[in-house]
Design a binder for this molecule. Structure first.
Ligand code: ATP
Ligand code: MG
Length: 424
């Protein structure tokens, strides 16, 4: 039996890959406009990197990581998210010395052992963005404005929900208030009962309806912020207003990773069933130091490419590969040889050209040109060759023009390109 891909691991085949290229191209273009540089980090890291950053009692570290011993026994993990690796690289390469504020992005696969379903895979892909070296609220607003712009330029619409998770100064008081509130409830789900002991804040992220019905009256973190955190959050929302970025404050949003402080946000869609988060992120001011780097603040977010692709596929317009500039239909051995040479020359000069290698009938070759959505077809038949000409056909209008082919192949190419330009 043929070997199949692993469950939750997917190929992206031609026909679908164009959507991915569109997402990646659009995001890259916008991130460059905002001054971000790309960083590429390894997919495999030491397990302790993720344990120390994401947090031992998070779902990711407790149950989702692909962790295995290397041949020499050290514990390795396939990265489940981008931030930890980018921060490790930032510290290891001394990027803080190169520039006080670093704006970085990375695009690539992430791995989590979750139950595969629509919009949830075991290998999925993220566009992951970080700003390191500043905690100005304006940076938070700019980052969210950029995320919103990526969504807008992709032609999608999602809603932005924001919250503040406070800081080590004010969060303990909130944790206590929350714990007091939930300690009297005994029909919470098993996960929440466990979280109550290990990481109470995380209960608010539970997707169980019974649990959620209790949490809707739970204390709000926004009522427990210290003055600094409150000022920060107020400034962030004021700057979002300045940029006319729509958002909704959701004081229940806690995010699934321990490292977040202050601003957190999610990009939410109603069009993907329970996989409603298209992107998410937040500030992580103590994290670089926690990883033994300099004491610099940071903020970032990640967008899930599978979910963006699903949203685009659900729209009516399909994203397809661009059609050919020119198809060369050559009839007979001599014409086929010329076409082969000419096609290479045209491709070298930047044209998107193709030809038939099998000397099929003119009708068949014209069909191929149609299928490839060629703008033009060059017909090289025996008659044409005798007169040293080719017949250039504008596939849209059906108009045909004779093009002289004398001289060497480079000269033909130039004449042909000229003709195509004037006949468009
Ligand atoms: P969810 O609540 O859907 O599990 P998350 O909070 O675990 O999401 P993050 O860790 O914040 O997600 O990752 C950011 C984005 O990456 C998500 O908004 C989503 O678009 C995408 N993502 C996360 N996990 C998966 C997955 N298993 N398959 C596909 N995309 C994913
Ligand atoms: Mg998750």
């Amino acid at each position: 039996m043929a070997v199949k891909a692993l469950k939750g691991f997917k190929d992206v085949v031609p026909g679908d890959v164009e959507t991915w290229q569109f997402i990646e191209g659009t995001a890259r273009d916008i991130m460059h406009r905002f001054g971000y540089a790309e960083i590429k980090t390894p997919i495999l890291e030491k397990t302790k990197l993720f344990k120390r950053s994401i947090g031992e009692t998070t779902d990711i570290v407790e149950k989702e990581m692909y962790t295995f011993p290397d041949r020499n026994g050290s514990s390795l993990t396939m990265r489940p998210e981008g931030t930890a690796s980018v921060l490790r690289a930032y510290i290891e390469n001394g990027l803080h010395q190169a520039k006080p504020v670093q704006k970085l992005y990375t695009i690539g696969p992430m791995f989590r052992h979750e139950r595969p379903q629509k919009g949830r895979l075991r290998q999925f892909h993220q566009i992951s963005v970080e700003v390191l070296g500043t905690d100005l609220p304006r940076v938070d607003a700019e980052l969210m404005g950029m995320a919103a712009l990526i969504i807008e330029e992709l032609g999608l619409s999602v809603s932005l929900e924001i919250n503040s998770l406070g800081c080590p100064a004010c969060r303990p008081a909130f944790n206590k208030a929350l714990l007091d509130y939930i300690s009297g409830i005994d029909d919470l789900c098993e996960d929440c009962l466990r979280r109550r002991e290990t990481n109470p804040l995380r209960v608010l992220d539970c997707k169980n309806d019974t649990c959620q019905s209790y949490y809707k009256d739970a204390p709000s973190i926004l009522d427990h912020l210290c003055l600094d955190c409150e000022d920060h959050f107020t400034a962030v929302t004021a700057d979002l207003d300045r940029l006319a970025v729509d958002y909704r404050v959701n004081h229940f949003m806690v995010r699934g990773l321990d490292y977040y402080t202050r601003t957190t946000f999610e990009l939410i869609t109603g069009d993907l069933g329970s996989q409603s988060a298209v992107g998410a992120g937040g500030r992580y001011d103590g994290l670089v130091k926690q990883l033994d780097g300099p004491d610099v603040p940071g903020i970032g977010f990640a967008m899930g490419m599978e979910r963006l692709a699903l949203l685009l596929e659900q729209k009516d317009e399909r994203i397809t590969a661009p059609g050919l500039d020119l198809f060369i239909a050559a009839l007979g051995g001599q014409a086929q040889d010329m076409a082969f040479e000419l096609c290479h020359e045209l491709r070298s000069s930047g044209l998107f050209a193709a030809l038939d290698y099998q000397d099929r009938s003119l009708k068949n070759q014209m069909k191929q040109a149609g299928r490839a959505q060629a703008d033009f077809t060059l017909i090289l038949g025996e008659d044409e060759l005798k007169n040293n000409t080719g017949l250039l056909r504008n596939m849209q209008t059906g108009d045909q023009y004779e093009v002289p082919l004398g001289g060497d192949v480079a000269e033909w190419a130039i004449r042909l390109l000229d003709r195509m330009e004037t006949c468009e």
